[in-house]
Design a protein around this ligand. Structure first.
Ligand SMILES: NC(=O)c1ccc[n+]([C@@H]2O[C@H](COP(=O)([O-])OP(=O)(O)OC[C@H]3O[C@@H](n4cnc5c(N)ncnc54)[C@H](OP(=O)(O)O)[C@@H]3O)[C@@H](O)[C@H]2O)c1
Ligand SMILES: *[C@@H]1O[C@H](CO)[C@@H](O)[C@H](O)[C@H]1NC(C)=O
Ligand SMILES: *[C@@H]1O[C@H](CO)[C@@H](O)[C@H](O)[C@H]1NC(C)=O
Ligand SMILES: *[C@@H]1O[C@H](CO)[C@@H](O)[C@H](O)[C@H]1NC(C)=O
Ligand SMILES: *[C@@H]1O[C@H](CO)[C@@H](O)[C@H](O)[C@H]1NC(C)=O
Ligand SMILES: *[C@@H]1O[C@H](CO)[C@@H](O)[C@H](O)[C@H]1NC(C)=O
Ligand SMILES: *[C@@H]1O[C@H](CO)[C@@H](O)[C@H](O)[C@H]1NC(C)=O
Length: 319
């Protein structure tokens, strides 16, 4: 309990100066006609606003959501407000490796092109739990699931180049650590730290993948969308965390739409098409990345570790 209070207070003070940081609007006029885009977690919050705006710009938008109800409702709403009928829902549960594989297989079989993949889905929890694959749920939804999805969709992204991968990471990456021995936190668990770790993994992955994708026409970048009162703490049963987060958001006073601007900037702008391996906040490149991301040995080790944990056979995917 004391630990939690301290963590919340440190975070509030650490981020006070950055609270109003993400107000910049992305260029509203870039057309996305003829582009095929996947947004995961597109039924709520930042993902919903991102998907809606891409539909408004004329893209074919695939909403990857875990709930059929919420996914089809979001699809219908986006179609009705944007008048773009080229918006489809496909089911994906990022906490299941099987579901991720099925989703990717469906996409590969039914789509001829894929220009933008936005790994937006994410969650926060204060309780430890495990997925059907035996991995920490938050780590799998925020990192291992999108890792597998990205790897499986890479051949299609490469074929459709120039193409882009946008990862919704977080400024919380700064507080993350990587622990290969106990990445399921069997001995000690704190929801905030696990969230930080998952977002650090995202960022390390973004950088490692960008290196591996040099000169392939596929770029990959990560963003911090802003601190925003979305449904991200819905699954969190710790009242202190929920209140602490709500206070941060209240200071910040940003909407879901504001939060969508930096992902949209990377998905649509020339800058987003040319940058790779970078972290963006407020529609601008940011250096608020953990020093751990610069450790090449660590990056390679995490890559191998992730392959092993999700039983991903590199040779199985034709690149
Ligand atoms: N809000 C912030 O302050 C903040 C700050 C930094 C980074 N972020 C990141 O921004 C991203 C979007 O979050 P948000 O704030 O917009 O929260 P949100 O409103 O809760 O949206 C999260 C989305 O992810 C989906 N999702 C959760 N678990 C999933 C699973 N197992 N499989 C598939 N989809 C799943 C949710 O679906 P359901 O509706 O079915 O739950 C929802 O559509 C996340 O990656 C988050 O970490 C947010
Ligand atoms: C965010 O972008 C806006 C618009 O360019 C700028 O006015 C503001 O100073 C930026 N905020 C920070 C903290 O960089
Ligand atoms: C966007 O387009 C509208 C109308 O086509 C124009 O009035 C506006 O100035 C443009 N905005 C920018 C930022 O280019
Ligand atoms: C958040 O969740 C509630 C119920 O769980 C839902 O009614 C609401 O529409 C969601 N908010 C957003 C922005 O999706
Ligand atoms: C971020 O990027 C890497 C590489 O594209 C991907 O494998 C990783 O899982 C992504 N994570 C998220 C949450 O977007
Ligand atoms: C919060 O944002 C709303 C809409 O963006 C604005 O009208 C209001 O003045 C803001 N409040 C504060 C305290 O900045
Ligand atoms: C890179 O930027 C230039 C203009 O600065 C633009 O013409 C080009 O299309 C961009 N590349 C990509 C892949 O978006």
């Amino acid at each position: 309990m004391l630990m939690s209070v301290i963590i919340v207070l440190v975070l509030i003070f650490a981020f006070r100066t950055y609270l109003r940081m993400t107000k910049q609007m992305c260029d509203q006029n870039v057309s996305m006609v003829g582009r095929v885009v996947i947004v995961t977690g597109a039924n709520s919050g930042i993902g919903f606003q991102t998907a809606k705006d891409l539909a408004r710009r004329g893209a074919r938008v695939i909403l990857g959501c875990r709930s059929v109800d919420r996914g089809t409702k979001a699809r219908d709403e986006i179609i009705s407000v944007t008048n773009n009928k080229n918006v489809v829902f496909k089911q994906i549960d990022l906490s299941s490796l099987r579901s991720v594989r099925e989703f990717a297989k469906d996409i590969i079989e039914t789509e001829n092109e894929l220009h933008v993949l936005i790994n937006n889905a994410g969650m926060f929890s204060s309780e430890k739990s495990y997925t059907e694959d035996g991995i920490d749920t938050v780590m799998q939804v925020n990192y291992f699931g999108p890792f597998l999805l990205t790897r499986l969709l890479l051949p299609l992204l490469k074929k459709s180049q120039p193409s882009r991968i946008v990862n919704v990471s977080s400024i919380f990456n700064l507080f993350g650590t990587i622990n290969f021995k106990d990445d399921n936190h069997k001995s000690f668990y704190n929801g905030i730290l696990t969230y930080c770790n998952s977002k650090l993994c995202n960022l390390i992955f973004t950088i490692e993948l960008s290196e591996r994708l040099r000169d392939t026409g596929v770029v990959v970048n990560a963003v911090h969308p802003g601190i925003i009162l979305t449904n991200i703490t819905n699954g969190c049963s710790n009242l202190l965390y929920r209140v602490g987060f709500a206070v941060l958001c209240w200071f910040n006073n940003l909407t879901d739409e504001d939060g969508a601007q930096t992902p949209l900037h990377l998905a649509t702008s020339d800058i987003g098409g040319n940058a790779t391996g970078k972290f963006f906040i407020n529609c601008s490149e940011s250096s608020l990345v953990s020093p751990k991301t610069r450790n090449e040995v660590l990056r390679k080790k995490l890559w191998e570790h992730s392959n092993k944990l999700i039983r991903f056979d590199e040779s199985s995917v034709q690149l």
